[in-house]
Write a protein that binds this ligand. Structure first.
Ligand SMILES: [Zn+2]
Length: 376
């Protein structure tokens, strides 16, 4: 094939993809609207939408209101033409999410299911997933795959979970998990999955750090539409950043790591293991809770400021802590971070997460959706 031909095919594919993404974002559009806003000819826009309709990815929704002249056909993305499942595996629970091409949560469920590294566990999770799909009335043929969020280091090249301290996993091949599911499986680290959920609806210009404050501390860098992985797929592992020289023991065996000071259990342990209860104690003015929060946010502010100094971008507070805390608690963190910041900034770099429930499961499902959309 000559070079020019390849280029033409590539341009056509790129146009098609951009048109589909444009329609997904805009909701309902017409061919003249696509042509005008995307700066492509009307015959090209019409040809692309015709193909997408034939493939079942677009739907004709009647006619748009006339602005003079002939009424234009209204077109919308057939968002339910394909579906993806997100599965978040944690020490004691699994969370399931069903989403469509538009990234909407169609159903979600959190189930108590303690992790055990045995085949019976995978079989059980697969059964729960099928039951969940039955309850959703989901058409199995539409399911693109299962995005699996896992609290560990995910090596996408060697295709294995290299390490998860909390689940006691080492070098677990993806294939040994995939074998139990009837759909293609894709793996993501939990902080990466949370970050992906936060960035999915952005405009492709998003740059932020997602700080996952759950029972372990992790993080992820979202850059444009991508997650930065690092040489060993450990990018963003700020839980093991030293915040206190020779400080408290961390589960990793070192001392003074952020995880030892800012894991969610540091707060929930003061409220019978319930993080929501900790925050409600704090709201009620409980002095002990206030003291714990004060110390917690001292260390958190050091970490957030350090991350901000390296990356110069927003830091989204996610994970259990980010999901449970209210606006006044975010203000506490912002104040402490601002006090540490060398540079004056008009707006705080510290942001609350948008997804308070099932963020990691949703992010994992959205990764599957994105893989499909990028091929359209
Ligand atoms: Zn550590």
């Amino acid at each position: 094939m000559d070079k020019k031909k390849i280029t033409n095919i590539e341009v056509k594919k790129k146009n098609r993809n951009e048109v589909f993404r444009y329609i997904c974002k805009r909701g309902t559009v017409s061919n003249p609207d696509i042509s005008y806003n995307m700066k492509i000819s009307l015959p090209t826009a019409t040809q692309i939408t015709k193909e997408l309709i034939a493939e079942g990815l677009l739907e004709e929704m009647g006619e748009l209101k006339s602005t003079g002249g002939r009424r234009a056909k209204a077109l919308s993305a057939a968002v339910n033409a394909r579906l993806a499942v997100g599965l978040d595996i944690t020490k004691n629970h699994i969370t399931l999410v069903l989403t469509n091409i538009g990234g909407e949560i169609l159903k979600y469920e959190r189930i108590c299911q303690p992790y055990v590294s045995e085949e019976a566990y995978c079989r059980k999770v697969s059964e729960r997933l099928e039951l969940f799909l039955d309850e959703c009335g989901a058409d199995r043929d539409k399911i693109l795959g299962v995005g699996i969020s896992f609290p560990g280091i995910i090596d996408l090249e060697k295709e294995l979970i290299t390490y998860s301290h909390i689940l006691g996993v080492e070098n677990l091949p993806f294939a040994s998990v995939c074998a139990f599911f009837s759909y293609p499986c894709f793996f993501l680290n939990d902080a990466n999955a949370g970050a992906y959920a936060e960035g999915f609806h952005g405009d492709g210009e998003e740059h932020f750090f997602y700080l996952s404050l759950s029972n372990t501390v992790g993080g992820a860098i979202f850059d444009g539409n991508e997650l930065i992985q690092g040489r060993n797929f450990r990018c963003g592992e700020v839980g093991h950043m030293t915040v206190v020289m020779d400080g408290e023991s961390c589960y990793c065996g070192k001392r003074g790591c952020l995880d030892a000071y800012c894991a969610a259990w540091r707060l929930s342990d003061a409220a019978d293991g319930k993080l929501e209860q900790f925050f409600s104690l704090l709201e009620k003015g409980d002095e002990r809770a206030a003291g714990i929060w004060d110390s917690y946010t001292d260390y958190l502010a050091i970490a957030v400021n350090n991350i901000h100094m390296v990356l110069d971008c927003d830091i989204i507070i996610g994970g259990y802590v980010g999901s449970c805390m209210g606006a006044s608690r975010l203000r506490d963190i912002r104040e402490k971070v601002a006090a540490r910041n060398t540079f004056e900034e008009k707006e705080s770099c510290v942001k609350a997460c948008n997804y308070k429930v099932a963020a990691a499961a949703l992010g994992a499902a959205l990764k599957v959706i994105e893989m499909f959309v990028s091929q359209i």
